[in-house]
Design a binder for this molecule. Structure first.
Ligand code: BTN
Length: 232
């Protein structure tokens, strides 16, 4: 079993913890190796977006998982479930997941996940959590409303609870992952839009795709690599 956070490397400042963890993975770093930073100068989000956070106020964490096996096929679902569980162990808040892997508190984004992999050798699980960022510290041009864990939570405690949750969820049986994700799915029943369509979200299939009922009556399954989903 992988123990995330053993070893743990903390950097005061770096470009992107995902880049550091990728290099370590390429050099053979053990499964469970975690890299964190107080500050990133070129933090990356999904779809080539920038991820920024004021120094010391967000958990910026990248973890090596190796080898990447068939059992890990639902990693894009199990990681956000672990992040939700960790956040809820940290503070009296309720989290939900906007498929595929944005974590929400009251429909505002508190965390995001960026998984990069070189199968079958390794995956790097990148997690950014707004732990103690005040509302006026978020950039004005955010694409979505943002939230922090708040309640006096600190970044080290966030790392510990999230690593413990990763230990459990990364190896969890697929049926458990699916049911935990579905229980937190914020989109079911909501109008959603993507690049070339719109419809009503109808849950998650067993492969982790989102199902959408289009206006023409057809149900389509969308993969996270294919679409960028917005609320209608
Ligand atoms: C997203 O919501 O688009 C994913 C954001 C992932 C951000 C984290 S912060 C730690 C790690 N290093 C990065 O450069 N990105 C991830």
């Amino acid at each position: 079993m992988t123990h995330f956070g053993e070893p743990h490397i903390h950097l005061k400042s770096t470009g992107s913890t995902n880049d550091v963890a990728r290099e370590l993975a390429e050099e053979g770093a053990a499964s469970g190796t975690v890299v964190t930073a107080a500050e990133q100068s070129s933090g990356r989000g999904r779809r080539g977006r920038v991820w920024s956070a004021p120094p010391g106020k967000a958990l910026l964490l990248s973890a090596v998982l190796r080898p990447l096996e068939l059992d890990h096929v639902l990693l894009p679902l199990s990681v956000p479930v672990a992040v939700c569980e960790g956040i809820e162990a940290l503070a009296p808040v309720k989290t939900q997941i906007k498929w595929p892997n944005d974590i929400w508190i009251s429909e505002a984004k508190v965390a995001g996940v960026l998984i990069e992999a070189r199968p079958p050798d390794w995956a790097v699980i990148g997690i950014g959590v707004n732990v103690a960022i005040e509302l006026d510290e978020f950039p004005d041009d955010l694409r979505w409303p943002a939230a922090s864990v708040g309640h006096g939570a600190d970044v080290d405690a966030a790392r510990l609870v999230i690593c413990a949750a990763l230990d459990r969820w990364v190896e969890a049986p697929q049926a458990e992952v699916l049911s935990a994700f579905r229980a937190r799915d914020a989109l079911t029943g909501r109008e959603v839009l993507w690049e070339d369509g719109e419809g009503v979200a109808a849950g998650i299939d067993d492969r982790g795709n989102i199902l959408v009922d289009r206006d023409d009556g057809e149900r389509v399954a969308l993969g996270s690599g294919e679409v960028s989903l917005r609320l209608g």
